[in-house]
Design a binder for this molecule. Structure first.
Ligand SMILES: Nc1ncnc2c1ncn2[C@@H]1O[C@H](COP(=O)(O)OP(=O)(O)OP(=O)(O)O)[C@@H](O)[C@H]1O
Ligand SMILES: [Mg+2]
Length: 289
C-alpha cells in the first residue's frame, strides 16, 4: 500500500489520527518544515572560522519522509541540529509552519546512530522509554502504559525489563526509536540511525520504520550515507554539496509505492542518478579501476 493512502490502524498513542501525507484536512498549526537561506559559520571571527552552510534552503512537507545525503563533513548533522533547535543559524531562518525554531522541543526528536551512548545504561528498556515522559510530568502509571505500547510497536515488549547491556545492537536501536516515538513528535530526526547494524538487521529496521511511519505519519528527516537506503525509504532524496559553504545541490522525488525493492525500475533509475550526483561531490570515481 502506498503511504499516501495509509491510515492509522492501531495508533499506539490512542490520541492521534494518522493522515495522508500532504492532506490539508485536519492538519492544524503547520504544513511544512523549512530552512530558508540558512548559513552557519562556526568560530566566527576566531581562529578556526569555518563556513559550514551557505544560503541553504529546503522544505519538507508535513508527514513526508525526506532523506539527506552528502559527502562526509558536508553539513548534514548541522542541518539536523538546526531543525532540532540544538544550534542556531548565523543567518537565515529555520521554521515549522510560521513558527521559528529557536530551541529544542519534544515536537522534534533525534535518533542517533550510536544507540549505546544514547540510552541510559542504568535504566531498563522500559524506564529508558518512560524517562522523557517523566520529565514532562506524565504520571508514573500512564508513562508506564505508554512506554509499553511503544515498546510493543517496535517489537520489544518481551524485552522491556532488560538493561541496555542485555540488548543486541538492533534491539538497542529499537529501544531508542521507542524512546523517541513515545513523545509523539511531529518531526523525527534520524542521523544515520541504522549505519552500525549488520545488513539484515538494517533491512529489518528499515521495514519496521516504514511500517511505523505509515501508521503514525510523522515527518521524518533521515540522514544516510547509503544511496540504496535513501531510495528505498525516502519520498524525496536530497544531495548536499561538499563543504565548505555547502547547501542542497539537488532533490529527487522517488515516485514509487512501498514496499520498494532494490530491483524496482524506478528505484534503480533514481539510485543511479543520486549516486552520480553524490560522486561528483565526493570527487572520486567509484567505478574507475
Ligand atoms: N561545533 C563545531 N565547531 C566547529 N566546526 C564544526 C562544528 N560542528 C561541525 N563543524 C564542522 O562543520 C562541518 C559539517 O559538519 P557536520 O557534522 O554537519 O557534517 P556531516 O555532513 O554530518 O558529516 P558526517 O557525514 O561525517 O557525519 C564539518 O567541517 C565540521 O568539522
Ligand atoms: Mg553527521
Amino acid at each position: 500500500m502506498d503511504p499516501q493512502s495509509a491510515s492509522a490502524q492501531s495508533d499506539p498513542s490512542g490520541s492521534r489520527t494518522a493522515m495522508p501525507a500532504g492532506s490539508p484536512q485536519g492538519l492544524p498549526a503547520w504544513q511544512d518544515l523549512a530552512l530558508e537561506g540558512v548559513s552557519v559559520t562556526f568560530n566566527s571571527g576566531r581562529a578556526g572560522e569555518y563556513r559550514a552552510l551557505s544560503d541553504t534552503s529546503l522544505k519538507v512537507s508535513r508527514g513526508e519522509f525526506y532523506c539527506l545525503l552528502g559527502p562526509s563533513g558536508c553539513g548534514k548533522t548541522t542541518v539536523l541540529n538546526l531543525i532540532a533547535g540544538f544550534a542556531r543559524p548565523t543567518s537565515g531562518a529555520v521554521r515549522i509552519g510560521e513558527r521559528p525554531i529557536v530551541a529544542a522541543g519534544t515536537d522534534r526528536v533525534v535518533v542517533f546512530q550510536d544507540a549505546t551512548n544514547a540510552l541510559f545504561p542504568w535504566l531498563r528498556a522500559r524506564e529508558n522509554v518512560e524517562f522523557g515522559l517523566s520529565i514532562q510530568g506524565v504520571p508514573k502509571r500512564e508513562a508506564s502504559a505508554r512506554a509499553l505500547r511503544y515498546l510493543d510497536l517496535v517489537g520489544l515488549r518481551d524485552h522491556a525489563h532488560k538493561f541496555p547491556y542485555e540488548l543486541s545492537g538492533g534491539m538497542k536501536q529499537r529501544c531508542q526509536l521507542a524512546r523517541a516515538l513515545v513523545l509523539e513528535p511531529e518531526v523525527l530526526l534520524m542521523d544515520e540511525p541504522f549505519a552500525a547494524l549488520d545488513a539484515i538487521s538494517k533491512r529489518i529496521m528499515q521495514k519496521e520504520l516504514l511500517r511505523i511511519w505509515r501508521q503514525l505519519r510523522m515527518t521524518i528527516v533521515y540522514i544516510t550515507h547509503d544511496v540504496g537506503e535513501s531510495v528505498l525509504l525516502g519520498q524525496r532524496v536530497a544531495v548536499m554539496r561538499r563543504g565548505p559553504a555547502s547547501s542542497i545541490k539537488e532533490e529527487f522525488s522517488v515516485d514509487c509505492p512501498y514496499p520498494r525493492k532494490p530491483t524496482d525500475e524506478v528505484v534503480t533509475d533514481i539510485y543511479a542518478r543520486v549516486e552520480a550526483s553524490l560522486q561528483d561531490e565526493v570527487g572520486v570515481s567509484l567505478y574507475a579501476a
